[in-house]
Write a protein that binds this ligand. Structure first.
Ligand code: PLP
Ligand code: COI
Length: 341
């Protein structure tokens, strides 16, 4: 077994720690090269690259976990492969074939095995695949060349405290347009979120909640995570909108809620004015895992959830335990969810 890196795993936060290898493949003259593992933390690209000027880039976020038996596993990598394909197609970028995407993810995780946090440490190896438009250019048009890269870094909780309620405020800004790029994972959405995030944090909140960009009346996303609410009659409700990123974690939770917890699951519009219907609420995503939403403040009114917003509700806890147990191999999930490296 590989000797693990000398890292205090339980103290990790969501930040970049240098690992040994990354994967890079280059698309040129209409085809991808073989791709290879290399060392380093920088890349050099043409100054006219479309990714620099026109935001022609996209990325993914996924994690690797160590099981009790010491195996390294991925969670639903086929979904990330499909989502980055969709993002690339939307931005007229070259597509990296889905099977090769999974193969490359496995390769780079294996090469950085000593950075995969041990079972039970509460940390995981964050995997960041990305695609950027590169090459000589100045006009607004698809790039002549592309770089597909993957780097990894061990991480702890995205929101402070892990499974601790966090408090959020609705934003006056939009991260995406009604018929824009909200449903794909492109950098522009995140650039548009920086000011909204800063204003929320400056006002003492963990992050902001985005409302639907067309009417500003419905809940959309919780920072870089999806939203769900739980009603006292055991229904899992999550927003439906084309400007929300289709979260792999959310769709997994919907499956768990329905099939393991016997809950009713509904995807529909959630007006802010209906937040009182929820006894519990949460944010979910690869980085956020499940972060309990303690409260949402909207136009000065505070909607608090379980335990007046200070406690983790029983359903949120059960969802968290079931999801994380599947992810680290303690509990058998549906076929194909957990993929061994
Ligand atoms: N929403 C946004 C805006 C995100 O950046 C993410 C993170 O990937 C999510 C939701 C959650 O998606 P997933 O569960 O696939 O990580
Ligand atoms: C993820 O959850 O993987 C994300 O991409 C969220 C954020 C770190 C951008």
């Amino acid at each position: 077994m590989t000797q693990k890196a000398d890292i205090k795993w339980s103290e990790l936060r969501f930040s970049y720690i240098e690992c040994d290898y990354r994967f890079i493949s280059v698309y040129k003259d209409g085809k991808w090269d073989e791709g290879e593992l290399s060392q380093g933390h920088h890349i050099s690209i043409h100054q006219g690259s479309t990714s620099i000027h026109y935001g022609q880039q996209c990325f993914e976020g996924m994690k690797a976990y160590t099981t009790k038996e010491g195996k390294i596993v991925l969670f639903r990598p086929d979904r990330n492969a499909a989502r980055i394909r969709n993002s690339c197609e939307n931005l007229l970028m070259a597509v990296y074939p889905e099977e090769k995407f999974i193969e490359a993810v496995k390769k780079v995780v294996k090469a950085n095995e000593r950075f995969v946090p041990p079972y039970g440490s509460g940390a995981s190896l964050y995997i960041r695949p990305y695609m950027i438009g590169v090459g000589e250019n100045v006009g607004v048009r698809p790039a002549p060349e592309y770089i597909f890269g993957i780097f990894v870094t061990p991480v702890g909780p995205y929101f402070k405290g892990g499974l601790t309620p966090c408090h959020f405020v609705t934003s006056k800004y939009d991260r995406a347009a009604p018929r824009g790029t909200g449903g794909i994972k492109v950098g522009g959405n995140y650039a548009a979120s920086l000011l909204a995030h800063k204003e929320a944090v400056d006002a003492g909140f963990a992050d902001c909640i985005y409302l639907d960009p067309a009417t500003h009346t419905n809940i959309e996303e919780v920072g870089a995570a999806n939203f769900f609410g739980i009603t006292p009659d055991n229904t899992f409700i999550t927003p439906k909108s084309p400007s929300i990123l289709p979260s792999i974690t959310k769709y997994s939770l919907m499956h768990i809620a329905e099939n393991s917890l016997g809950m009713k699951v509904v995807e529909k519009e959630i007006p802010v004015s209906s937040l009182d219907q929820f006894s519990e609420a949460g944010a979910c995503g690869t980085a956020a895992v499940i972060t309990p939403v303690g409260s949402i403040t909207h136009e000065g009114k505070k909607y608090a959830f379980y335990g007046e917003g200070n406690e983790v509700g029983p359903v949120t806890k059960k969802l968290y335990e079931t999801l994380t147990s599947i992810q680290c191999g303690d509990l058998k999930g549906p076929d194909g969810w957990v993929v061994e490296i």
